[in-house]
Design a protein around this ligand. Structure first.
Ligand code: FAD
Ligand code: 3HM
Length: 378
């Protein structure tokens, strides 16, 4: 008789829910612990590329997701409101979507696959031999433990995995606001207000507004300012500062000014290793990155999927070796995405426009569901 293998997961964010659904669909029994008492996501909007969309395809989530998402006609970059580039992203799959919608979609897929999700359940640590400990003192044994508990991961810290944390000089405040398309059109009739538009101002002051339509009604708007600019990083936002620098965006800035918001300083964390025994770390617990390439959640989902594949293919006795083999094969892709995102955050080079070419697209084009992806072609 075969018994189902069991996984315990810390954290019901995008990484934890994707891993849970992927494992359950491969026959595992799965329990996810979420520290918060309610199951919902922080933040506003998100951009997803082919790498994560392929995972979502395989989970059966894309029809629901894409029913309320958007693929903008172009990725436009402006400097002081002058267009630098309009990239049509031909051959590249990408969408923008609100975080609540992505979250609901993943929650549905995980629950339909039979995953048990326990809200208000805080994890305090795990051991390499497969014991998860809750803050309540309860313990649970598992064949696989997944630490998907974010940038301040308790699972990672309990294992004592060495970590390097680098903070960048910029940061951002994110909002979900009504599109107000007619009002924007009245101010600038020639603008394609369905485009994703990256509005940069470097002189006389570094301020940037990311304008990301997510569907017909909702706009993700993100306001970037240096960490040491107390006025630019203030929440609620300083409406006069932002609308005097971006007068053509006043209607949506007025919406943002009514919301509380949280300024988030960019950071990158790099771990000595992602796995220890039966424990694997994924998502921000393993590799928080700057958002320039919009790949933090994308790489989290890609690694969640490939982890489920590797753990399922492994025999019980080989689990530790299989997990370190998984890290060896998959991690270089994420390391490069982190390096590139940090480079863009440090140099602000995205302001030059026409950036989505060549190597920069590696992560977006990676297919974690392709069984031949690591084969060397002559
Ligand atoms: P989290 O979302 O942090 O989830 C961790 C979960 O674990 C949380 O629910 C938390 O409550 C829970 N938890 C924590 N500790 C415990 C514990 N001890 N016990 C139990 N539960 C616990 N990525 C993209 O792909 N595209 C984008 O466009 C994009 N834009 C971004 C813009 C900004 C400004 C930022 C800051 C990030 C952006 N990202 C983007 C990155 C993305 O948001 C993150 O990489 C992603 O959300 C990480 O998911 P996660 O599940 O690993 O972690
Ligand atoms: C989608 C997206 N892209 C870039 C950034 C950034 O550089 O801060 C944030 C985003 O949400």
């Amino acid at each position: 008789m075969t018994t189902r293998r069991h996984a315990e997961i810390s954290g019901a964010g995008f990484a934890g829910l994707t891993a849970a659904a992927a494992l359950a669909k491969r026959g595992w029994s799965v329990r996810v612990h979420e520290r918060s008492s309610d199951l919902r996501t922080e933040g506003a909007g998100i951009v997803l590329w082919g790498n994560s969309l392929r995972v979502l395809d395989r989970l059966g989530a894309t029809p629901d997701l894409e029913s309320r998402a958007m693929r903008s006609p172009a990725y436009e970059t402006r400097m002081n409101n002058v267009i630098k580039s309009q990239e049509d992203m031909e051959g590249v799959r990408w969408i923008s979507v609100t975080r609540p919608h992505l979250y609901r979609t993943l929650l549905t897929v995980a629950r339909e696959a039979g995953v048990e999700i326990v809200a208000g359940s805080e994890v305090s640590g795990a051991t390499p031999d497969g014991v998860l400990t809750l803050a309540s003192g309860e313990t649970a044994r598992a064949d696989l433990i997944v630490g998907a508990d974010g940038v301040n991961s308790a699972v990672r810290d309990a294992l004592g995995i060495p970590l390097r944390r680098e903070r960048s000089r910029d940061g951002i405040t994110r909002f979900l606001v009504p599109r107000r398309k007619a009002d924007l059109q009245a101010l600038e009739p020639d603008t394609e207000w369905d485009n994703y538009i990256d509005f940069w101002n470097l002189e006389p002051r570094v301020l940037r507004v990311l304008y990301v339509p997510c569907n017909a009604e909702e706009l993700y708007i993100a306001l970037m300012a240096p960490v040491d600019d107390s006025q630019g990083s203030k929440v609620p936002i300083d409406l006069e500062l932002w609308s005097s620098n971006f007068p053509h965006l006043r209607p949506v800035l007025e919406e943002a000014a009514q919301l509380p918001g949280r300024y988030y300083g960019y950071q990158t964390t790099r771990l000595d290793h992602w796995t220890e025994g039966r424990v694997a770390l994924i998502g921000d617990a393993a590799h928080a990155m700057c958002p320039a390439l919009a790949q933090g959640a994308g790489t989290a989902m890609q690694n969640a999927w490939t982890l489920a594949e590797a753990a399922t293919a492994s025999s019980d006795a080989d689990m530790a070796a299989s997990l370190s083999g998984w890290e060896r094969r998959e991690r270089p892709y994420t390391d490069r995405a982190q390096d590139r995102s940090q480079y863009y955050a440090d140099t602000r080079q995205m302001a030059e426009g026409s950036q989505f070419q060549g190597d920069i697209l590696e992560t977006a084009l990676y297919d974690p569901t392709d069984p031949h992806r690591h084969e060397v072609t002559a």
